[in-house]
Write a protein that binds this ligand. Structure first.
Ligand SMILES: NC(=O)c1ccc[n+]([C@@H]2O[C@H](COP(=O)([O-])OP(=O)(O)OC[C@H]3O[C@@H](n4cnc5c(N)ncnc54)[C@H](O)[C@@H]3O)[C@@H](O)[C@H]2O)c1
Ligand SMILES: [Zn+2]
Length: 384
């Protein structure tokens, strides 16, 4: 794939459209684009007031710039700052955010701005879906994971005591601004974890993009601040185009959208096994889960061992975990892992659903996986 590495400029972002009819929206991708937030909102909703929802860490780095961007276009903004971390996707914080939006007198025609990673996007998006039975909202994703995945597609929600993301709504944003410069303040570990989702798009449907990542991942990580390379913007745009296409064809995940769960069945089980703690970040679990999905596909004779090894080798090259032995503190035994897999993806008629691969870039949904085969596979993968 020949990438447009030097096309465009700060003033000229890449724009990806999400084609959802009356609910269509743009994803604006580029370094420095946060500064355009005010003028873009003004063009979209003249006279709108805004409430910015963010977390304490993101607020420290980027809230002032966000407020300035709105202020420069004459847009009023209130701010609600919640604690950083997955813990904020709970009922108590949801209540705080909803009440703050009401108190800021945000009404129909006004906008909520979600400034943060996937946690803030999910929380502020769900609050937007709920207050006054639905307010419009803008996503300003500040993590790589949020820029390539969670800010696009309209899934919003919080966690139940009984599981992740169980309380929520489909609610599409009216605009997404992915300012790639905001990722400069993201800790390297979080950037790397988000990169697992970038690799996912190549592995599930775009072999040429995967090959491009193998060659250019260092520039994606570096972000072009000094070199002027637009590799990071290009990678984010490819992912957003892929997700936008999938969401436009299957908004409510009745079929194709499930492919985005590549690596997530094993991944969620491992995340749960680590108690959703810092021991294993979501993206790290996805990397490991993806390597396992490829290895499992190879065991089933669907792809060559060489292709499975190639997928894992790239994830390992950037420093992501690809073996169960890579999980700090270890993983539980096969019985516990099988229980977690069964909890995550409901067993239907005794069979499990997995996203498997026929080749690099050719994933498919397999609804008929025998749990005994998964168990035997995991036994072979467990250390010792
Ligand atoms: N809605 C969807 O389609 C979807 C898809 C994937 C994941 N998710 C959800 O996304 C969440 C994970 O998202 P995440 O990985 O972005 O986590 P996150 O929002 O918790 O962000 C990770 C950490 O980085 C900090 N941070 C964010 N931006 C920063 C920046 N620019 N500089 C410095 N620090 C920054 C945050 O404060 C946080 O501590 C999970 O709750 C997951 O369920 C949703
Ligand atoms: Zn994910």
């Amino acid at each position: 794939m020949t990438a447009p590495l030097r096309q465009g400029s700060l003033a000229e972002p890449i724009i990806v459209q999400v084609a959802l009819g009356a609910r269509a929206y743009d994803i604006v991708i580029g370094r420095g684009q946060l500064a355009s937030l005010g003028s873009r909102i003004k063009a979209l909703r003249a006279g709108a007031k805004t409430a910015i929802v963010t977390d304490a860490t993101v607020a420290k780095h980027h809230l002032a710039a966000c407020q300035a961007a709105l202020n420069s276009a004459g847009i009023e903004s209130a701010s609600v700052v919640v604690p950083a971390g997955e813990g904020s996707k709970n009922y108590a914080t949801f209540e705080t955010v909803c009440e703050a939006i009401v108190a800021a007198r945000i009404e129909r025609g006004d906008l909520v701005v979600a400034l943060g990673g996937g946690v803030i996007g999910d929380l502020a998006g769900f609050a937007s879906a709920s207050v006054r039975r639905g307010l419009d909202f803008v996503q300003v994703p500040t993590t790589l994971l949020a820029q390539v995945d969670s800010s696009v597609g309209g899934k919003t929600g919080i966690n139940s005591r009984q599981g992740k993301n169980l309380i929520g709504a489909f609610h599409q944003p009216v605009l997404v601004i992915a300012d790639t410069g905001l990722l400069d303040t993201l800790p390297e570990r979080d950037f790397r974890a988000g990169y697992a989702e970038v690799v996912k798009y190549g592995l599930l449907g775009d072999a040429a993009f995967f090959a491009w990542l193998e060659a250019n991942w260092r520039d994606v990580f570096a972000g072009g601040k000094s070199s002027g390379s637009l590799a990071r913007e290009h990678a984010i745009a490819v992912c957003c185009r892929a997700k936008a296409g999938i969401v436009a064809r299957d908004e409510r995940e009745t079929s194709e959208r499930a492919l985005l769960n590549l690596g997530h069945t094993f991944g969620h089980a491992l995340e749960a096994a680590c108690g959703f703690s810092d021991r294993l970040l979501h993206g790290e679990a996805v990397a490991l889960g993806t390597a396992l999905a490829f290895e499992f596909s190879a065991c089933k004779g669907l792809i060559s061992a060489a292709d499975a090894a190639r997928a894992a080798a790239h994830l390992a090259a950037v420093g992501l975990p690809t073996h169960l032995k890579d999980v700090p503190g270890g993983v539980p035994g096969v019985d516990a892992l099988m229980d977690l897999i069964a909890q995550d993806k409901k067993v239907k008629r005794g069979k499990l659903t997995f996203i498997l691969v026929r080749a690099i870039g050719q994933a498919f949904v397999e609804n008929d996986v025998d749990p005994a085969q998964v168990r035997a596979f995991l036994e072979g993968q467990l250390p010792g």
